[in-house]
Design a protein around this ligand. Structure first.
Ligand code: SF4
Ligand code: SF4
Length: 299
């Protein structure tokens, strides 16, 4: 089984449109949306939910109001300003860090620590195969854990269904969810665009991938919007011995496809469709090579 991760240094590079097209083109795969803070792959793939599960992580404090004597101790000692006093103490769930100090010192033992329900994850069916995805509730900060969790679920599903490829739509940036999505992947495709910020973000993400020693290839999306900067990105890639596997032109039809909720490669009028197909074919060859190497190392 091989895991291919598609990431970008920042949002808005067209990463999800490219993953949606790969979902359309790849024969047998399980897709995972690891962009848990702003998941949108489902908008392109129109999934039907098969399984729905609560995601719980960490703890939060809750007051059992019938026991509370309103002494005010918890409000005084909470370092996170999570408690206010009315007739009884009230704990604001978004501010509570679950440190447990209030529960420890409450004279009435009126505070309990409960597992935090911070999101929902799903296994869904799509026209193109199974999709593992999730929704993190607003203000929750467990995105790295949720990414690890849904990736594990996708691996279990791939083993159960004998699926050889896991296709992962990662988060933008270089934060916790990206680090979690990089773990144990076999190949990373970084989608960048020709702008100064795009180039800067690409450099940061290449450093991160190098740290994790993951093989990387690059795709320059909307390359023709700034051909000189595209050349600079190609030069940078050459210096780092990283292949630019594809260059995709700007194409307004991509936005139409997003609005209609269909993969770009299903459009007959898209200028970007052919370069994306070409990119997928090259990526597929890389995956095949990795699979062959894996088989040989087992023999
Ligand atoms: S410390 Fe306990 S008893 Fe005192 S206000 Fe807080 S919850 Fe109520
Ligand atoms: S668990 Fe910690 S952060 Fe939460 S209310 Fe109690 S003292 Fe404050």
């Amino acid at each position: 089984m091989k895991e291919v991760l598609v990431i970008s240094g920042k949002g808005g590079t067209g990463k999800t449109s490219i993953v949606g097209s790969f979902a359309h083109l790849a024969k047998s795969k399980i897709m995972v949306d690891c962009d848990v803070d702003a998941s949108d792959l489902h908008l392109l793939l129109s999934p039907t939910t098969v399984e729905e599960h609560e995601f719980r992580s960490g703890v939060k404090a809750r007051v059992e109001t019938d026991k509370c004597s309103a002494c005010g101790m918890c409000e005084e000692i909470c370092q996170f300003d999570a408690v206010t006093m009315a007739d009884t103490a009230e704990i604001h769930q978004l501010s509570c860090e679950g440190c447990g100090v209030c529960a420890h010192f409450c004279p009435e033992e009126a505070i309990v620590l409960e597992e935090n329900h911070c999101g929902t994850w799903y296994i869904s069916d799509t026209e193109y195969g199974p999709l593992v995805h999730s929704q993190l509730f607003a203000g929750e900060e467990n995105s790295g854990k949720l990414v690890s969790h849904i990736k594990n679920q996708a691996r279990q599903l791939a083993e159960k269904t004998n699926t050889e490829l896991i296709l992962i739509d990662g988060s933008p940036g270089v934060g916790c969810p990206v680090i979690a999505s990089l773990s144990n992947v076999d190949l990373v495709l970084v989608v960048t665009e020709p702008s100064q910020s795009g180039k800067h973000d690409l450099e940061r993400i290449l450093e991160l991938a190098a740290h994790f020693k993951v093989p990387v290839v690059i795709c320059i999306n909307k390359w023709d919007l700034h051909p000189e900067l595209s050349d600079e990105i190609e030069l940078l890639a050459q210096e780092l011995d990283i292949e630019v596997l594809g260059k995709i032109p700007f194409d307004p039809v991509v936005i139409d496809c997003q609005i209609q909720g269909v993969p770009v490669t299903s459009s007959e009028t898209s200028l970007a469709a052919y370069p994306i197909r070409n990119l997928w074919e090259k990526l597929e060859k890389r995956i095949d090579t990795l699979q062959q190497q894996g088989i040989q190392s087992l023999n």
